[in-house]
Design a protein around this ligand. Structure first.
Ligand code: ATP
Length: 433
């Protein structure tokens, strides 16, 4: 990592800890590599991202249904999906310093840390294994799912029959996935435990290319809606040698991180690979019957697979800004963990009582925050760093004429609004309900 990368990422990591976004997991025991905990603001941001994704998939599309499948599944699923045989990365060891690397991350064939000689690459399976029940033998091995997609495929018939959908239709799921990555890193960019937001769209073979294009556009628009800088987002088309074993055509949505342009989401044409394999391994007739056309077929699948943690990191990186006098997280009001902070200018003259009343009223609908300690300037700065888009301050004029100061985080502009308009104005500005 060069110095600039280090400094941007280091500053973000430190802000995340200071403001309660993200903490190193098991920190009091020295931490555990690549695992992170979301603090009070982090969990709000994550929930907002998941809610926006869920709404954009399940609520906005009449033909997309939700699902929450289990993490532990029948081990044959991973044989059928190709993960037991093929979900591997090439691993090399340094003979001198004993460090391990993913061969495809290296430029030459010497150790990047000590210059030592490397072993031949061997394939390392990324799935975590554990045992189901009290006996730890081969017959009881189960896997922590490395993707949520398979839970969707094996429920294809259940969802189809219970929801009475017709093709094309989709199934959306948000959930944890686990990969024993050889080289996790860049904060929460690559971890061994992470959350995915995946949607599998089942289509008639022959219409798959068209649907892939539609979903590419839909997904890029979603990132624009989050307020991410458009010039930092782009598509990357997979070359033949990059394509996963199941894919006919694939694109990544990439973002320009401080450590380089990297994948944020994968959009894949998975063909009928997964459903055909489950048909073969389960012996069940996983097919779709098109009543109008009187034909049976195994649908093709267009997958949109986004990382929730990676989206969250992207939102933080994109929002981080330093000015001479302050650090500010310019998160979209849709994403901001706290939407509005309420302050009394001073702790006397009846100001705290009015401020508490306003706060109690606001918090019934949105995440609000009350603070009466320290100078007003410091209170504004703390909320700027936390990404809070609006602040309301009760002062002596409030007592005289029932108006209050509304300060906007980005411009630092202050306007006066009357107390009875607070709800409407804040709602309009956040634009969520
Ligand atoms: P990469 O090439 O970065 O390893 P991938 O192509 O294996 O990713 P997919 O299998 O397409 O990733 O997974 C879909 C999404 O899940 C990714 O775009 C990313 O946002 C997220 N994701 C995958 N692996 C990880 C990880 N180890 N940590 C955090 N998020 C991940």
């Amino acid at each position: 990592m060069n110095k600039k990368i280090n400094s941007t990422m280091d500053k973000l990591v430190s802000l995340c800890k200071r403001r309660g976004y993200i903490f190193q997991s098991s920190e009091i025991y020295g931490g555990i590599n690549s695992c992170w905990d979301y603090g009070p603001l982090g969990v709000e941001l994550k929930n907002n991202i998941k809610e926006l994704w869920w709404k954009s998939m399940v609520y906005e599309h009449d033909n997309i249904e939700g699902l929450d499948s289990s993490i532990l599944m029948h081990p044959i699923i991973w044989k059928a999906s190709g993960h037991i045989d093929g979900f591997t990365d090439p691993l090399v060891d340094c003979k001198k310093c004993k460090n391990r690397f993913k061969a495809t991350d290296l430029e030459g064939n010497v150790c990047p840390l000590c210059g030592g000689e490397l072993t031949e690459a061997r394939q390392f399976n990324l799935m975590f294994k554990t045992f189901m029940g009290p006996v730890e033998d081969e017959a009881n091995i189960v896997y922590l799912r490395p993707e949520t997609a398979q839970g969707i495929y094996v429920n294809f018939l259940n969802v189809l029959n219970s929801s009475r959908n017709k093709i094309p239709f989709g199934i959306a799921q948000i959930g944890k996935a686990f990969r024993n990555e050889i080289t996790p890193g860049n904060f929460i960019f690559r971890t061994r435990e992470f959350e995915q937001m995946e949607m599998q769209y089942f289509v008639k073979p022959g219409t798959d290319d068209e649907w892939l294009e539609k979903w590419k556009e839909n997904r890029m628009n979603w990132y624009h809606k989050l307020g991410l800088k458009k010039e930092k987002l782009s598509f990357h088309m997979h070359d033949k040698d990059e394509l996963a074993h199941y894919a006919k055509e694939a694109y990544d949505i990439q973002y320009e991180f401080p450590f380089g342009r990297q994948e944020l989401e994968g959009i894949h044409n998975r063909t009928d690979f997964d459903l055909s394999r489950h048909k073969k391994y389960s012996g069940k007739n996983i097919q779709y019957y098109d009543v109008a056309a009187k034909e049976k077929y195994i649908p093709y699948v267009i997958e949109t697979s986004a990382g929730c943690d990676r989206t969250l990191l992207t939102c933080l990186v994109d929002a981080y800004d330093e000015e001479e006098e302050r650090v500010v997280l310019r998160l979209s009001p849709l994403l901001a963990p706290i939407k509005v902070a309420v302050f009394p200018l001073v702790k006397r003259d009846g100001m705290p009582e009015i401020a508490v009343k306003i706060y109690n009223n606001l918090k019934m609908n949105i995440k609000a925050f009350y603070d009466d300690s320290g100078s007003i300037g410091r209170r504004y700065r703390r909320q700027d760093e936390a990404g809070t888009p609006f602040a309301l301050t009760v002062d002596s004029e409030t007592i005289e004429n029932n108006t209050i100061t509304l300060r906007e985080r980005d411009s630092m502009n202050q306007i006066r609004i009357s107390l009875d308009k607070i709800d409407r104005i804040i709602k309009e500005k956040i634009n969520i309900y």
